[in-house]
Design a protein around this ligand. Structure first.
Ligand SMILES: O=P(O)(O)OC[C@H]1O[C@](O)(COP(=O)(O)O)[C@@H](O)[C@@H]1O
Ligand SMILES: [Mg+2]
Ligand SMILES: [Mg+2]
Length: 296
């Protein structure tokens, strides 16, 4: 059995970066334990104007507090915080996070997760500069899907509270599952044509309302997750910094791709911490197909 600690050591990851990854990964257990007493939806909204779930703020406060105490990072940018939080630390690392992704599913006990990216330097960097990207997925198992720039590995938290390696060198196969956000009546013609082509080829709709869960299915089975531009929201719904970059980095490390429908989002330099972007992420063939439609 290879543990997360051993994987990081064998991958030659710098000690301080490993410590940050291990520290955040270890918050999966307290986050899972908090669900039962944080089922409500607060009357507060986040910087994206979305109603916050009690678990959104609980996970955000908890992880931020743990990172502050550790002295291991100099800044955190969170989906649930208006501004970047800075710490008096000499660390060169900063963290971007969606502390709880899939918030609408908390009260129906479906799969949600925590998405994290780690930079050397500040947080407003393109996703291709990430030094680590990972997500914890709170499902039947607690899993951690991670890349430190040497491919993608999946770990599961075992009964001893140790993350054990389940799969290394994960590769996204070509596949035709699709999950698409947005109201069908608000899709733009290019997206509608893309989905129609997938369905005509026998593609199945797999969309749960949790980006991190839907992506994990695409990572394993192939296909595409999309939150497209719509007539009401030309930039789609997901945030570039906290959601699209870490997951897009993982997809690219697993032989897949990420795009805004026209080109890769990994090269985009974020102008604002909460900026949204349309996203298509998954099998290379799927991303090539949507970009071909836009370039036609
Ligand atoms: O309810 P919609 O519009 O389908 O949006 C669902 C999408 O929104 C999200 O819940 C946004 O993430 P948060 O839950 O972190 O806000 C994604 O996880 C999910 O894919
Ligand atoms: Mg999210
Ligand atoms: Mg969230």
């Amino acid at each position: 059995m290879t543990t997360l600690q051993e994987y990081l050591k064998n991958s030659g990851v710098y000690e301080d970066l490993s410590k940050i990854i291990l520290l955040i990964a270890d918050q999966a257990a307290p986050i899972r334990a908090a669900f039962i007493s944080n089922q409500s939806y607060a009357d507060s909204t986040n910087a994206s104007g979305e109603q916050q779930a009690a678990m959104d703020t609980w996970a955000d406060t908890h992880i931020t507090r743990v990172l502050a105490k550790s002295g291991l990072v100099h800044a955190v940018a969170s989906e649930e915080q208006d501004d970047i939080t800075t710490f008096s630390s000499s660390s060169k690392y900063s963290v971007v996070m969606d502390p709880l992704d899939g918030s609408s599913l908390i009260s129906v006990n479906l799969c949600v997760g925590t998405i994290v990216g780690i930079y050397d330097g500040d947080v407003l960097q393109p996703g291709k500069n990430l030094k680590a990207a990972f997500y914890m997925l709170y499902g039947p198992m607690t899993t951690l899907t991670l890349s430190v720039g040497r491919g993608v590995a999946i770990f599961a938290l075992n009964s001893d509270g140790v993350y054990q390696l389940m799969q290394d060198n994960v590769q996204i196969p070509e596949g035709n599952l699709y999950g698409s956000g947005g109201l069908r009546t608000e899709w733009l013609p290019e997206h509608a044509a893309f989905i129609a082509d997938i369905e005509a080829a026998g593609g199945k709709n797999r969309y749960s309302g949790s980006f991190v869960a839907d992506f994990h299915q695409v990572l394993k089975y192939g296909g595409v997750y999309a939150y497209p531009p719509t007539t009401k929201s030309p930039d789609g719904k997901l945030r570039l910094v906290f959601e699209v970059n870490p997951i897009g980095f993982l997809a690219s490390q697993a032989g897949g791709a990420v795009s805004n429908g026209v080109s890769s989002t990994l090269a985009v330099v974020p102008a604002r911490v909460h900026q949204r972007t349309p996203i298509y992420v998954g099998s290379r063939g799927m991303i090539a197909a949507i970009e071909k439609i836009h370039h036609a």
